[in-house]
Design a protein around this ligand. Sequence first.
Ligand code: HEM
Length: 191
Amino acid sequence: MATLLANAIVNGEPISDASRLGYYIIIATAGHDTTSSSSAIAMWALSQFPDLLPRLQADPALIPQFVDEAVRFASPVSHFMRTAAADTEIRGRTIRKGDWIMLCYGSANRDEAIFDKPFEFSIDRKEARHLAFGTGPHVCLGQHLAKMEMRILFEEMIPCLEGVESAGELEMVASSFVGGPKHLPLRCFMR
Ligand code: HEM
């Protein structure tokens, strides 16, 4: 992908340095780190909850819920910042115009007031949608692509798996922005 971007020609001209950098960052961080972290958490869930794989094999229509719960559980983007455009109040806290607000997506996705047993991995959730893709005018532009990529990955992989086992400790990336599993040793048994 990086080679394609480096050599991209549009209307007979190489694209600008700014466009090349922008596209590269979108592919590498917005597009790749987030989706791979969420897919890794989905694999982790298969290794932790042995009933999950036979359930998904018996009813592949559950795969989109499985993907969505993996994205909620992973919440690979930990935060973005906003600047308040006007004075306001949120749950009794005064926010003044110009204040910085830190949107903590992982925390929102574990809000006990919204999610039943938020620290558990469950594909049976009926609650309001999670916020791993953000919300409002800047909501993730690639959310449908990300969910489609993960759905296709698991639709293809799940029928081939006999079982998934943990083969070591899950180690997370030390990051305050985009993170997820750094090492996730697994043993996969194929059919
Ligand atoms: C599981 C995968 C993904 C997660 C969890 C995720 C999460 C997010 C979050 C939290 C934001 C910020 C939203 C906000 O500021 O309110 C965002 C923005 C964005 N994402 Fe994603 N993302 C994912 C996949 C992708 C993919 C695959 C692409 C494109 C290839 C992508 C492209 C973008 C872009 C361009 C923005 C900026 C949108 C804007 O500022 O208007 N993302 N994403």
